[in-house]
Write a protein that binds this ligand. Structure first.
Ligand code: PMP
Length: 441
C-alpha cells in the first residue's frame, strides 16, 4: 500500500529551490543538458506549432503526452497532402490515384514493420488503435484457445483496454483472469508471476510501459517465462513505442500493439503486430470487403495476411501519416529521444518529490516519462484545474487503469507525462505551479 511507496518530503519552499539547484547541477553534467541539446529541442519544438499556443494568457506547457502527443507539421502536412493530391481507396482500382494511395499505404506499413523490428509487412495489421488490436486478439486467438477453467494472466498495472477484452472473453467462456502482482514501487514481482503458471494458463497480457506508473516491464524475461510454459504473450506497446526502441523479435513478443496518436501520429490509427504463424492460424475477426478472395453464399475464401484482418475501407490517410510520424521519430533518433526523456523523468521525479506534502506513485527502478503523484490537501482534479489556469496541461483521474490505482489505495492521481519536445523549463513550470497553488489552496 501507499505507506511504503512514496517520496514524502517535508522541506519548505526555500529548501525546494536549494534541492532544485542541486538537481540542476547534477543534470547539467550530462550530455543531454549541454547547450547543443537544448538548441536541438528548441528546433524540434518549432515543428509543433500548437506548442506556441497561449492558454489563459500563458505559454502552453503540454505534459499530457501519455493521453496523446502533439503532431509535428510533417504529420499534419502528410494528412493534407493525401486529401489534396491522391485521395483514393486502396487496392481496388486500376487508376493512378488508387495506385498512389496504395503505394503510400503499403509504404507506411513497411515503415512500421521496420520501426518495431518485425520481419515482414504481413505481420503488420492496421487498426483503429491499441484497443482495437487487443480486442482483435481476444476475439480470434483468445476465442480459439481459451475454454472452461482456463486462465489469462494480466498484470495489475494494465490499462482497461488490456483488461476488459480478456474479461469479456472469460465471461463468455467461463474462464478467469489472474492478476500478476506488483510491488509497492510499481514493478512486476517476477517470482510471483512465475508461480502463477499452471496447465490452465493459456495467455499472458502485459504492458511494456505503464501509463500510470511509467514502469518499464522486463518484457524479455516475462515472455521467456511464458514461453517456457508454452503460453503466448500479448505486449501492449501503446506507451512504450514513443519512448523506447522496440524490437519485437528481440522481445520475442507473440503480439504487440501500437497506438498512432501516442507516437506523434494521428488518432484513429493503430497497429497489431503478430507472429506470422500465429496470425495465419487465426480466423478473421470482422468480415466484409477487402479481406476476401472469393465470396459465394455458402462459402468465402479469405485474403492472405495482413488483409485477412483489415475488413472494409481502412483509415488510409491516418496510416500514411503514421508512416510520416515514424520517419520523424527516426530522424530525431530513438536513442536521443530515450536519453532526453530519461533525464527529464529523473529531473521531474527529484523535483516533484521535493515538494512538501507530495507523494509520487510509481517509483520503479526502470521507468520512463510518466509521473503520477498526489498532494496533501488538494484533489488531483482541483490541482489540474489550477495548473490549467496557467497553461499547464496535466491529467487528473484514474487514467483508465483503476486496478492499479486501487492497489495503491487511490481512485485518482495527477499525471504529468513527458514527450520528446518537453524541456527542463516545462518541468520547472509544473513544479512552480504546484508550489504556488499548493500553499494557496
Ligand atoms: N494501452 C495503454 C497502456 C494506453 O495508455 C492506452 C491509451 N491510454 C491504450 C492501451 C489504448 O490506446 P487507444 O485508446 O489509442 O486504443
Amino acid at each position: 500500500m501507499i505507506a511504503n511507496n512514496y517520496y514524502h518530503n517535508s522541506i519548505n519552499e526555500a529548501d525546494y529551490y536549494f534541492v532544485k539547484q542541486q538537481c540542476e547541477n547534477t543534470f547539467k553534467q550530462n550530455k543531454f543538458s549541454e547547450g547543443d541539446q537544448n538548441i536541438k529541442i528548441r528546433n524540434i519544438r518549432k515543428d509543433f506549432p500548437i506548442l506556441e499556443r497561449k492558454i489563459n494568457g500563458y505559454n502552453l506547457v503540454w505534459l499530457d503526452n501519455a493521453a496523446t502527443t502533439q503532431k509535428p507539421l510533417c504529420v499534419t502536412e502528410s494528412l493534407n497532402r493525401y486529401y489534396k493530391e491522391y485521395n483514393s481507396n486502396v487496392h481496388r482500382g486500376a487508376h493512378t490515384l488508387a495506385k498512389e494511395a496504395t503505394e503510400e499505404y503499403e509504404s507506411a506499413r513497411k515503415k512500421v514493420q521496420k520501426f518495431i523490428g518485425s520481419s515482414s509487412p504481413e505481420e503488420i495489421i492496421f487498426l483503429r488503435g491499441a484497443t482495437e488490436a487487443i480486442n482483435l486478439v481476444a476475439n480470434t486467438y483468445g476465442n480459439m484457445i481459451i475454454n472452461g477453467q482456463d486462465e489469462i494472466l494480466v498484470s495489475q498495472m494494465e490499462h482497461h483496454s488490456n483488461i476488459v477484452p480478456w474479461q469479456m472473453l472469460c465471461h463468455k467462456k467461463g474462464s478467469r483472469i489472474v492478476p500478476i502482482p506488483i510491488n509497492d514501487k510499481g514493478e512486476i514481482i517476477l517470482e510471483e508471476y512465475e508461480k502463477l503458471f499452471s496447465p490452465r494458463t493459456k495467455m499472458v497480457a502485459i504492458t511494456q510501459v505503464s501509463n500510470v506508473l511509467g514502469t518499464i516491464n522486463p518484457i524479455r524475461e516475462i515472455v521467456a517465462i511464458a514461453h517456457s510454459h508454452g503460453v503466448c504473450v500479448l505486449v501492449d506497446g501503446a506507451q512504450a513505442a514513443p519512448h523506447l526502441s522496440t524490437d519485437v523479435r528481440e522481445l520475442d513478443a507473440d503480439f504487440y500493439t501500437l497506438s498512432g496518436h501516442k507516437m506523434y501520429g494521428p488518432t484513429g490509427i493503430g497497429v497489431l503486430y503478430g507472429k506470422k504463424a500465429l496470425l495465419d492460424s487465426m480466423p478473421p475477426w470482422q468480415g466484409g470487403g477487402g479481406m476476401i478472395k472469393d465470396v459465394d453464399f455458402d462459402k468465402t475464401v479469405y485474403m492472405d495476411l495482413p488483409y485477412k484482418f483489415e475488413a472494409g475501407t481502412g483509415n488510409i490517410a491516418d496510416a500514411v501519416a503514421l508512416g510520416t510520424a515514424v520517419d520523424y521519430i527516426e530522424e530525431i533518433g530513438m536513442n536521443n529521444i530515450e536519453c532526453h526523456e530519461q533525464e527529464l523523468t529523473k529531473y521531474a521525479m527529484e523535483a516533484l518529490s521535493a515538494i512538501k506534502g507530495s507523494y509520487t506513485i510509481g517509483n520503479a527502478y526502470n521507468k520512463t516519462s510518466v509521473l503520477s503523484f498526489i498532494l496533501d490537501g488538494v484533489s488531483p482534479q482541483k490541482m489540474a484545474e489550477l495548473l490549467d489556469s496557467e497553461g499547464i496541461a496535466v491529467r487528473a483521474g484514474h487514467h483508465c487503469a483503476q486496478p492499479v490505482l486501487k492497489h495503491f489505495g487511490l481512485s485518482s492521481t495527477l499525471r504529468a507525462s513527458i514527450g520528446l519536445y518537453n524541456t527542463y523549463e516545462d518541468i520547472d513550470a509544473l513544479v512552480k505551479g504546484i508550489i504556488k497553488h499548493r500553499y494557496k489552496s
